[in-house]
Design a protein around this ligand. Structure first.
Ligand code: ZN
Length: 268
C-alpha cells in the first residue's frame, strides 16, 4: 500500500491557535493511497512519497488546501478534508477526476496524482478520518475575467464546453474556477459540480450575437458573464432581455462586465 507522508512547518499545523488534532508519524502526517489508484498503474508509484508543504492556501476548521513539493521535484496542491462533509467533497472530486475528467488531465484540468485517506487514531482512541486529493499545481486562480484578451476568454469557454461534453458543469462558474500558470489555463474546483445533460452543439458562434442557439443556457450565461462575445453583441443580448447597457460613457467592455456583475451577482 503506497503511503503519502506530508511534512508541515510547525506553525502550519495550527488554526485559530488550535493544533491539527491528528497525530504525526515521525513528524509527518501519514496517509494511505486509496485502493483504487487514480493513475491506473500502481507499479510506477513509490511505496512512500514525501510532500513538503511550502504554503497554506486555505485553512479552516474543516479543510486545508496547501501547495507542496512532492519528492522534492513536483509542485502539487493538496486538498485535505478534515470533517465528514469536507471528506465527502474530496471523495466526490476524486470520483470526477478518475472518471469523467481523466481524459482532460494536464490539458483542461490539472493532473490528479492520487487520492489518499486515513483514519488516524487520536490520543483519545477515537478515529478521525482525513481524505486528501493530490493535484498538479497549475497556477493561481484568476481574480476576474475583465483584463483577459478576448481570445483567452474564448479559450477558457472552449475548455468549459469540453467539460460540458462529459456532463460536468461547475456550479456558478467564475474566475475562481480558472487557474493560470505560464500562460496555460486549467479549470478547477470539482467538489460540487452538477451533472447535466448538455445539448451544446459544439459551436460558440463567436462571430454572431449570442442568442440562445448554443443549446446550453448555462454555457451561454458563462460566456455572457465573461464577455466572451463582442461587447456590442452582448449589449444586444442584454437589451433583448430588457437590461439597459447604459452605454453613454466609459470603456464598453469593462462597462458590460460591471453591468453583468450587477445583474448576476457573480464575483469576477
Ligand atoms: Zn451544457
Amino acid at each position: 500500500m503506497a503511503v503519502l507522508r506530508i511534512q508541515f512547518a510547525s506553525e502550519q499545523l495550527y488554526h485559530d491557535g488550535k493544533l491539527l488534532h491528528h497525530p504525526l508519524v515521525e513528524g509527518f502526517l501519514q496517509l494511505e493511497a486509496c485502493t483504487r489508484n487514480l493513475t491506473g498503474d500502481d507499479s510506477t508509484i513509490p511505496q512512500v512519497q514525501y510532500a513538503t508543504v511550502t504554503r497554506l492556501i486555505q485553512r479552516t476548521e474543516h479543510s486545508m488546501i496547501c501547495q507542496a513539493l512532492l519528492d522534492g521535484t513536483v509542485e502539487v496542491v493538496l486538498k485535505l478534508g478534515l470533517s465528514p462533509s469536507s471528506r465527502a467533497r474530496i471523495q466526490v472530486e476524486g470520483d470526477h477526476y478518475e472518471a469523467r475528467l481523466k481524459r482532460f488531465w494536464g490539458s483542461v484540468v490539472p493532473i490528479c496524482y492520487g487520492l489518499y485517506e486515513g483514519p488516524v487514531k487520536r490520543p483519545s482512541g477515537l478515529c478521525n478520518g482525513i481524505s486528501c486529493i493530490m493535484l498538479e499545481y497549475a497556477g493561481e486562480p484568476l481574480e476576474n475575467f475583465v483584463s483577459l484578451p478576448r481570445e483567452d476568454k474564448r479559450a477558457i469557454m472552449t475548455m468549459l464546453g469540453q467539460l460540458h461534453s462529459v456532463s460536468v458543469q461547475p456550479q456558478k462558474f467564475a474566475a475562481r474556477n480558472v487557474v493560470q500558470k505560464n500562460g496555460a489555463y486549467r479549470l478547477i474546483r470539482f467538489h460540487d459540480p452538477t451533472l447535466h445533460n448538455c445539448n451544446f452543439n459544439g459551436d460558440f458562434e463567436w462571430d454572431e450575437p449570442c442568442s440562445g442557439r448554443l443549446g446550453c443556457s448555462e454555457l451561454e450565461t458563462a460566456g455572457v458573464n465573461m464577455v466572451a462575445w463582442d461587447p456590442e453583441d452582448i449589449g444586444i443580448y442584454l437589451d433583448a432581455h430588457g437590461i439597459s447597457t447604459e452605454d453613454d460613457c466609459g470603456d464598453k467592455e469593462r462597462e458590460i462586465h460591471m453591468l453583468v456583475q450587477r445583474v448576476t451577482g457573480l464575483g469576477y
